[in-house]
Design a protein. Structure first.
Length: 266
């Protein structure tokens, strides 16, 4: 049975990183109603245990699905996807799209054969990432570095604040200082927050670095799974947060720039 034309697409992230996915989705499905959900009470996910992340994400998405009746849910968060995607798909009776590090396209792009990967502590240690490396980066060198401070930097930027440049310099050093790090020519941004500060990372890493993230691929997957469906936007798209705070007012202008004209607390 075809979904209700007014049923939204639910984009879920620990914070505002999933806006990088929303930007790509708008290009393909500008007419699709969207609810953007940010679990800012649970932020950051990268420092939590796998059990904590899995239980939190599955529980929240279960309740949000009951409340908002989406046609599709997207976990626009690498950490949550690599840990909880399987569990969420078992819990929800609707299509669920996850986010995985873009190792496959990075392996196709690199000329030196050395790829950097920036992610949260939880993401870079997952067997999921090991499997992607084995499957798609055979004969290549993948250098991983946990850069959790970039999450806060991205959140600050959307609030109109500037983060300490040392955060970006430290991320660059974390990759370059490892064996073969000086040969990195392609960097995977394995957290949806990180494309929001790609410009700063480019300055820190130097010229001739290509960045790869999964946002466009996720948008294409959502478009594929909803092809042929009707979309009717009855009201303006909005964001929901799991915690209130002064920073939400500071985020409002940035949210509006992504077509999210209001927000509520879930």
């Amino acid at each position: 049975m075809a979904p209700d034309p007014t049923a939204p697409i639910l984009l879920f992230d620990s914070g505002i990183g999933g806006l990088s996915v929303l930007a790509e989705l708008r290009k393909l499905l500008p007419q699709a109603p969207v609810i953007y959900a940010a679990d800012n009470r649970g932020l950051p996910y990268g420092t939590k245990t796998e059990a904590q992340v899995a239980a939190r994400v599955a529980g929240l998405l279960g309740r949000m699905t009951e409340r908002f009746g989406p046609r599709l849910a997207c976990i626009a968060c690498n950490t949550a996807s690599t840990i909880a995607l399987g569990m969420v798909r078992e819990v929800l009776e609707l299509p669920v799209v996850g986010t995985v590090p873009a190792i496959k396209p990075a392996a196709a792009l690199t000329h030196t054969g050395v790829i950097g990967l920036l992610g949260t502590s939880a993401t870079i240690r997952q067997a999921y990432v090991d499997n992607l490396e084995t499957e798609f980066a055979q004969g290549k060198r993948l250098i991983r570095h946990a850069a959790p401070d970039l999450v806060g930097a991205a959140e600050a930027r959307l609030r109109g604040e500037e983060a300490d440049p040392e955060i970006y310099a430290a991320a660059a050093r974390g990759l370059r200082a490892q064996p073969d790090g000086e040969r990195i020519d392609t960097v995977v941004l394995a957290c949806t927050h990180f494309p929001l500060v790609q410009e700063e990372l480019a300055k820190a890493l130097g010229p001739d670095i290509r960045f790869v993230d999964g946002a466009a691929g996720i948008a294409r997957r959502i478009a594929f799974l909803t092809q042929g469906q009707d979309f009717v936007r009855e009201k303006e798209d909005f964001a929901v947060f799991t915690a209130n705070g002064e920073d939400l007012a500071l985020l409002a202008p940035a949210l509006a720039g992504y077509g999210l004209t209001d927000h509520a607390i879930f």
